[in-house]
Ligand binder design. Structure first.
Ligand SMILES: NC(=O)C1=CN([C@@H]2O[C@H](COP(=O)(O)OP(=O)(O)OC[C@H]3O[C@@H](n4cnc5c(N)ncnc54)[C@H](OP(=O)(O)O)[C@@H]3O)[C@@H](O)[C@H]2O)C=CC1
Ligand SMILES: O=C(O)[C@@H]1CCC=N1
Length: 256
């Protein structure tokens, strides 16, 4: 995720590669950052010393140890951004030694192509200036909204994890096309472009998705025949349950 964000910020020109310093226990992962001209650090403390905005992009269970490792080096200059699922502002502030400017962001991987759906909330002494700095970065690589922290698990369940659900949908649509005789590459391209175009219609027209669905569905036609199968297969309930299960998992992670 750190790589996706760094590449996205650079591609959109909101940061230069030389502005970014990254650390990772794996030398190979550091080389990935160096391959696009970002700086590799030899420690997390060095990252903090080289940065104004410090991204915590480790797995949730490593967030508190990493914060404790660097907290003596966090000063008034720093905005700390945690993207870890489930890690609450209060636990982040406690591990950071309190009195810090902390922002939680839940992004998603499409930041890599400038189309992230992200949400943020502010903690500790984080102020409108911190919010604006974070908004500037994430709006360059997609959209970001500000929410109350109590909604961030639901954001994680919907848009944080959501790309995986949509990839499943694209793969399954393409499988359907292949089953009906299309070559695989054409089926994948048509499925992905259909998802892209449909998403753009929802965002650009502001129309309810149900109304847009009705516009495709001719009486006695092809679409209603296919759509009926989706309802019989429980696709709608499956997606609702996926978001709920991922939201609950984000809540569980906050208690570990
Ligand atoms: N993947 C996604 O789509 C999203 C992820 N997130 C959040 O982003 C965070 C990272 O997720 P993801 O990128 O998938 O996970 P990864 O495991 O791919 O990335 C985490 C990286 O942190 C490294 N790391 C481990 N310990 C340290 C340490 N002490 N200091 C510095 N680096 C360390 C890991 O190295 P090593 O592998 O060698 O241990 C690994 O390269 C998680 O908290 C997740 O909840 C949020 C939104 C979306
Ligand atoms: O699967 C996860 O836990 C992370 C958080 C959101 C997306 N990926």
């Amino acid at each position: 995720m750190a790589e996706a964000l760094a590449r996205g910020f650079i591609a959109k020109g909101v940061l230069q590669a030389g502005d970014i310093t990254a650390n990772d226990p794996s030398a190979d992962r550091k080389k990935v950052f160096q391959s696009f001209d970002a700086n590799a650090a030899s420690s997390n403390v060095e990252v903090v010393e080289n940065s104004d905005i410090v991204f915590l992009a480790v797995k949730p269970q490593f967030v508190q140890p990493v914060l404790k490792e660097v907290r003596e080096h966090l000063t008034d200059r720093h905005t700390v951004v945690s993207i870890a699922a489930g890690k609450t502002l209060s636990s982040l502030l406690e591990a950071a030694g309190g009195d810090k400017r902390i922002v939680r962001v839940m992004p998603n991987t499409p930041c890599l192509v400038g189309e992230t759906a992200s949400a943020m909330c502010l903690g500790g002494r984080a102020n409108e200036e911190d919010a604006e700095a974070v908004r500037k970065l994430f709006s360059a690589v997609g959209r970001i909204v500000q929410v109350d922290e109590k909604l961030l698990s639901a954001v994680t369940g919907l848009s944080g994890s959501g790309p995986a659900y949509v990839f499943l949908v694209i793969e399954a649509l393409a499988d359907g096309g292949v089953r009906a005789g299309l070559p695989r590459d054409i089926a994948v391209a048509l499925a992905a472009q259909t998802v892209l175009g449909s998403a753009k219609m929802v965002l650009d027209t502001g129309k309810h998705p149900g109304l847009l669905k009705d516009m495709v569905t001719s009486p006695g036609g092809t679409t209603i025949a296919g759509y009926h199968e989706l309802e019989k297969g429980g696709v709608r309930a499956g997606l609702i349950n996926a978001v709920l299960a991922a939201t609950q998992r984000a809540d569980e992670l906050s208690k570990l």
